[in-house]
Design a protein around this ligand. Structure first.
Ligand code: 6R9
Length: 705
C-alpha cells in the first residue's frame, strides 16, 4: 500500500485539474441599457467601505423609519442589519408601485394546460388580492404579527398572494415546496409551530391534475405526532367553485378560501410596520442528519439585499418581462420571482408546470408569446431541454437580453449550449452561486462589466468578499490550482439570522470551523462557511466544485464530481452525467460514471465507454479513469431536479439504496440497479465487504450536510 492511499490529504493539497475556459463578452446592446455600468461600483462596495456600502441597497426601499445602526455586531454571529429601521415588505413590493404603475402586470401566470388562458395580475389587482387575503388571515384565521403560517403550495398566483399577505401582517411565512410529501410538510409545520396550513386542492404537472389536498391530511397528522396541532387548513381551489381532490374536507378544520373570501371583498388591511430585523419568512433546507433547518430571513436586510442584487445582477428594469423559471418553493423563487423583482416594480412571470410539457418547445413558446426579455433557470432544466429538444429554441421568435443559471455548477458544454442556442448568442449570462441560507447571490459576474467564463460563477458580488481556506484555516491563494472550503469574510444583509429554534446549530454549522475567537465582536473573526469546495483562478473567478462531500478521493487525489461530469459531457452523444465513488481495494476509491444519452441515439456501448474514458483522461488525467461507465435511460432525481448521487453510489457499491420515495422518478432506480449489478457480476466485480464507515460514506455521498 502506498502512503498516498493511507494518508488523507488536507484540503489545501487537493489538486484540481481542469482546462481554463475562454472569456465571453457582453454584447454592446446589453451594456447600453444595463443598470451596472460604472466600474466605480466595485470601489464603493470594497471591504474598506463595509458595512456602510449596503446603504445603497437599503435606499432602494421605502422605510417608515430610517435605521440608526447599519450593522450591529454585539451578539456574534447573530448580526443585525439596519437596526432602528422599520418597514413593511408588502408595501415595498406592492403598495409603493401603485402611483406609477397600478395597471402594469406584476405577475403573469402561465397555467400548464395550453388551452387555459394566461393570467396577468396588475399591481393594483395584486394589492386588492393581498389585502383581501390578509384580512381573511387576520379575521377568519386569527393570525397575529409574529405567528408562523405554513404554506404547501405549487406554482399558482395564490402563493405570492399568500406570502405578501403574511408580509403585510408581519406574519412569518414558511412555504414548503409543493412537490414535498405530506409528512415532510408536517415535520416543518411542527418545527415552526404553525397553527394554520394554506394549501390547494390540486395543480397541473405533466398533463395531470395532481391531488394535492391529500397531502394536507398527512401533514396535519405528522405535525400532531410531533406535538403541534393545526387549527385551520385553508384550501385554495385550482378551479374556484370546483373541488378537484378526492379527500374529504374535515368539518371545522378545512375551509375553501374562495367560499370565505367574498366576506372580505374590497377589505383593506393596514400594513404592520416591522423592525428591520423582524423575521420575514422561514425556508427549510434538508440535511442528512437531524431535523431540516429552518433558515430565518429578516425583513429589512433580506429585502434590501434581494432588491440590490436584482437591480445589478438580474439587471431588472420595471419594463422588463422577467421570467425566473424556478419554483417559489425554493429560495430562488422567494428571492428572484417574488421579493426581488416585485420590490423593483417589474413584471415577473410564473409558470405552473413541467418544462417539457407537452413538448420541449414549451418554455420557448412561453418566451415568444409573452416577449420575455430576461430568463433565469437551473442547469438541470437546461440539460433536460438540451437533451430532449436541442433544436427547439431556434424555432421560436424570442430574444433574451439576459440569462441566469443557478443551483449547481454548470458544465461548460451545457453553458455553451445555453449561450449559443437558448440565448442565440445575444444574451449575457450570469452564473449565480449562493444558498438557501444566503438570501441572495454570493458569486457572479457583473453582467455589463465583467466577462463570462463558462463553468465559473465569477468573483464575489458587490460587498461579498469570499476567501478559500484549507483545513488549517490558511488562505488558499488564487491561481494555485488548489481547492478548499469557500467562506465569506464578512456579513451581508441577506444572510439568514439563525436556524429557527436551533441557535447553537447555526453557530456550529456555519461559523465554528474558522472562528478565531468565540468572544470577538469583530466580524472579521467570523468567516461564514458555505460548505462548498471551490477553486479560485488567477483572475479571481471562483469555480464551485459542489458540496464538500461531493468529492471523490482516488488514490489520494480528490476529484470533484463536477470535473468528471464536465469532462464526460464533452462527449457529443452525452446529455447528462453523474460521477460516484466505488470502494476499491487498491485505490481507496474509484470513479464510476453514469451517463444518459441524447435522444434518438442507438449507442454502440463499447464505443461510448471508450469515448468517456478518453475524455476524462484528456480533461483530467489517467488518475480519474472511471472503473465503469454505465449508460442509463435517466438519472434518479429529486423533485427539484438534483441528481441523487447517493442512490447510484449505493447501486455501484451494492449497498442499501435507502428511501427513494421522495424522488421524482423512483421507478428508474430498480432498472438501473438490476442492469448495473448484473453487469458488474459478469465483469467479475462482485461485492466486497465494507466497513461501517465506508457504508456511511456511500449513504451520505452527495448529501448536503
Ligand atoms: C440557490 C440555491 C445551495 C448549493 C450550494 C452549491 C450549489 C448553487 C450554484 C451552485 C455551483 C452555482 N450551487 N448555485 N454550485 N454554481 N451557480 O441553489 O440554494 O438549494 O440551498 O443550494 O447549491 O453547492 O451550496 P440551495
Amino acid at each position: 500500500m502506498t502512503t498516498e492511499s493511507v494518508q488523507q490529504p488536507s484540503e489545501a493539497q487537493i489538486a484540481v485539474h481542469w482546462r481554463e475556459e475562454e472569456y465571453f463578452y457582453p454584447p454592446a446592446s446589453f451594456i447600453a441599457q444595463a443598470n451596472g455600468t460604472d466600474p466605480g461600483l466595485f470601489d464603493r462596495f470594497s471591504l474598506e467601505n463595509f458595512p456602510e456600502c449596503f446603504k445603497e441597497y437599503a435606499d432602494l426601499l421605502d422605510w417608515d423609519a430610517y435605521w440608526h445602526t447599519t450593522l450591529d455586531t454585539s451578539n456574534p454571529p447573530f448580526w443585525k442589519w439596519f437596526v432602528g429601521g422599520r418597514l413593511n415588505a408588502c408595501v415595498n413590493c406592492v403598495d409603493r408601485h401603485l402611483p406609477s404603475r397600478a395597471n402594469q402586470a406584476a405577475l403573469i401566470w402561465v397555467p400548464e394546460p395550453e388551452t387555459e388562458a394566461t393570467a396577468a395580475i396588475t399591481y393594483r389587482e395584486l394589492w386588492r388580492r393581498v389585502n383581501e387575503f390578509a384580512a381573511l388571515l387576520k379575521g377568519f384565521a386569527g393570525v397575529e404579527t409574529g405567528d408562523r403560517v405554513t404554506f404547501h403550495l405549487p406554482m399558482v398566483p395564490e402563493l405570492p398572494v399568500s406570502m405578501l399577505a403574511c408580509a403585510r401582517l408581519g406574519v412569518i411565512h414558511s412555504e414548503v415546496f409543493g412537490g414535498f410529501s405530506g409528512p415532510a410538510c408536517g415535520g416543518r409545520i411542527a418545527d415552526s409551530g404553525s397553527k394554520i396550513l394554506v394549501t390547494i386542492d390540486g395543480y397541473y404537472r405533466g398533463g395531470e391534475l395532481i391531488d394535492h389536498k391529500a397531502k394536507a391530511d398527512e401533514a396535519v397528522a405528522t405535525a400532531r405526532e410531533q406535538g403541534v396541532e393545526i387549527e385551520k387548513v385553508l384550501v385554495w381551489r385550482r378551479h374556484p367553485g370546483v373541488y378537484s381532490s378526492k379527500t374529504p374536507m374535515v368539518e371545522g378544520r378545512d375551509f375553501f378560501v374562495d367560499e370565505i373570501l367574498p366576506e372580505y371583498r374590497d377589505a383593506l388591511v393596514d400594513p404592520v410596520s416591522m423592525p428591520a430585523e423582524a423575521p420575514l419568512f422561514l425556508m427549510y433546507t434538508s440535511g442528512t442528519t437531524g431535523k431540516p433547518k429552518g433558515c430565518q430571513h429578516s425583513t429589512g436586510g433580506y429585502l434590501a439585499y434581494v432588491a440590490g442584487t436584482s437591480k445589478y445582477y438580474q439587471d431588472i428594469h420595471p419594463d422588463d418581462t422577467y421570467w425566473c423559471f424556478a419554483d417559489i418553493g425554493w429560495i430562488t423563487g422567494h428571492s428572484y420571482i417574488v421579493y426581488g423583482p416585485l420590490s423593483l416594480g417589474t413584471t415577473s412571470v410564473m409558470y405552473e408546470g413541467a418544462p417539457t410539457y407537452p413538448d420541449p418547445g414549451r418554455p420557448w413558446r412561453i418566451a415568444e408569446r409573452l416577449g420575455v426579455t430576461t430568463f433565469h433557470t437551473a442547469p438541470t432544466t437546461i440539460r433536460m431541454l438540451r437533451k430532449l429538444g436541442p433544436d427547439e429554441p431556434a424555432k421560436y421568435d424570442y430574444r433574451f437580453k439576459h440569462m441566469t443559471t443557478v443551483g449547481e455548477p454548470i458544465e461548460p458544454e451545457v453553458w455553451r449550449w445555453y449561450h449559443q442556442v437558448v440565448g442565440k448568442g445575444q444574451a449575457v449570462i450570469v452564473d449565480t452561486w449562493w444558498q438557501t441560507e444566503n438570501g441572495g447571490f454570493l458569486g457572479s459576474t457583473m453582467p455589463a462589466l465583467q466577462p463570462m467564463k463558462p463553468g465559473s460563477c465569477g468573483p464575489g458580488v458587490l460587498g461579498i468578499h469570499p476567501v478559500i481556506y484549507d483545513e488549517n484555516g490558511e488562505e488558499v491563494p488564487a491561481g494555485s490550482g488548489k481547492a478548499g472550503n469557500i467562506c465569506i469574510r464578512n456579513p451581508w444583509p441577506g444572510i439568514f439570522e439563525t436556524i429557527w429554534g436551533q441557535p447553537e446549530r447555526f453557530v456550529q454549522t456555519y461559523y465554528a470551523k474558522y472562528n478565531r475567537d468565540p468572544k470577538s465582536t469583530d466580524w472579521l473573526d467570523w468567516p461564514y462557511l458555505a460548505g462548498d469546495g471551490a477553486v479560485q483562478a488567477a483572475d479571481g473567478y471562483f469555480r464551485i466544485l459542489g458540496r464538500v462531500d461531493d468529492v471523490i478521493n482516488v488514490a489520494g487525489h480528490r476529484l470533484g464530481t463536477k470535473e468528471l461530469e464536465s469532462a464526460t459531457l464533452t462527449v457529443e452523444e452525452i446529455a447528462e452525467a453523474a460521477a460516484v465513488p466505488v470502494i476499491d481495494e487498491l485505490r481507496g476509491r474509484a470513479v464510476e460514471m453514469y451517463v444518459a444519452l441524447k435522444p434518438g441515439l442507438t449507442p454502440a456501448v463499447d464505443e461510448i465507454e471508450a469515448k468517456v474514458t478518453a475524455a476524462i483522461e484528456r480533461e483530467i488525467g489517467k488518475i480519474a479513469r472511471p472503473k465503469n461507465v454505465w449508460i442509463v435511460p435517466d438519472m434518479p432525481k429529486t423533485r427539484s431536479g438534483k441528481i441523487m448521487r447517493r442512490v447510484i453510489a449505493a447501486v455501484s457499491n451494492f449497498t442499501d439504496i435507502g428511501d427513494v420515495t421522495t424522488l421524482a422518478n423512483p421507478e428508474i432506480v430498480e432498472s438501473i440497479q438490476h442492469k448495473v449489478q448484473a453487469a458488474k457480476l459478469e465483469r467479475g466485480q462482485s461485492p466486497i465487504e465494507l466497513t461501517p464507515e465506508q457504508i456511511a460514506e456511500i449513504q451520505a455521498f452527495g448529501s448536503v450536510e
